[in-house]
Design a protein around this ligand. Structure first.
Ligand code: AMP
Length: 212
């Protein structure tokens, strides 16, 4: 199954994509994680993306389209995959259609994570991320067992640079201006499944599974 997890930053797309991936074996393709991987590895692409990401702005369409194009050719994607954070613009969505068509693949579902901005701001400012395995925690609602240490791999947790209050407001603005139009785009194709993302991680997961 090929699905898109569409929603604003902090709506739980990444968390749910990881859980579904573990459960069903479809890889989670997160363009944000791929870009952060490039930054950590110090690649040219990472260097170019970093300043845009730190400001809460989108990286160019051609860069993320190229990354997805390459990634979906890998053998672990042959039974399907979960797109997390891609597409984020109409140009990316059109490019995805073309890529899938070329490979004779069909997009099955688009899960729209619906949640008010106020809830997102408190979620994101308390979020802590493992730089090594990208596991996510929250200082109040999902703290790690040991302060600032990843439960899964034991690495140090950090606050993402773009999870500061100032950058979060910018990212939400960018979402409303450039990405939320995709809800209509995929509604027109009858692919949207709306998810109430204010509910607990377990309930959201159950609701997603019921729609698969
Ligand atoms: P995320 O981890 O999905 O919240 O993405 C973090 C940042 O990476 C975003 O704020 C963008 O700067 C960049 N990014 C991730 N995915 C995309 C995309 N599909 N298009 C453009 N920029 C992206």
């Amino acid at each position: 199954m090929i699905s898109i997890f569409l929603g604003p930053p902090g709506s739980g797309k990444g968390t749910q994509a990881k859980r579904l991936s573990n459960l069903k074996g479809w890889p989670q393709l997160s363009t944000g994680d791929m870009l952060r991987g490039n930054i950590q590895a110090g690649t040219k692409l990472g260097l170019e993306a970093k300043s845009l990401m730190d400001q809460g702005l989108l990286v160019s369409d051609s860069v993320v389209i190229g990354m997805i194009d390459e990634r979906i050719n890998a053998s672990d994607c042959s039974n399907g995959f979960i797109l997390d954070g891609f597409p984020r613009t109409i140009i990316q969505a059109d490019a995805l259609n073309e890529l899938l068509e070329l490979k004779n693949l069909k997009l099955n579902r688009v899960f729209e994570f619906s949640i008010p901005d106020e809830v997102l701001i408190s979620r994101l400012t308390g979020r802590r991320t493992c730089l090594k395995c990208s596991s996510m925690f929250h200082i109040v609602s999902a703290p790690p067992k040991i302060f600032n240490i990843c439960d899964k791999c034991g690495s140090e947790l950090v606050q993402r640079q773009d999870d500061s209050e100032e950058v979060i407001s910018k990212r939400l603005k960018v979402y409303h201006q450039q990405t939320s139009a995709l809800v209509q785009y995929y509604s027109d194709k009858n692919l949207i499944k709306k998810i109430d993302a204010t509910l607990s991680v377990e309930v959201v997961e159950k609701n997603i599974l019921a729609l698969i």
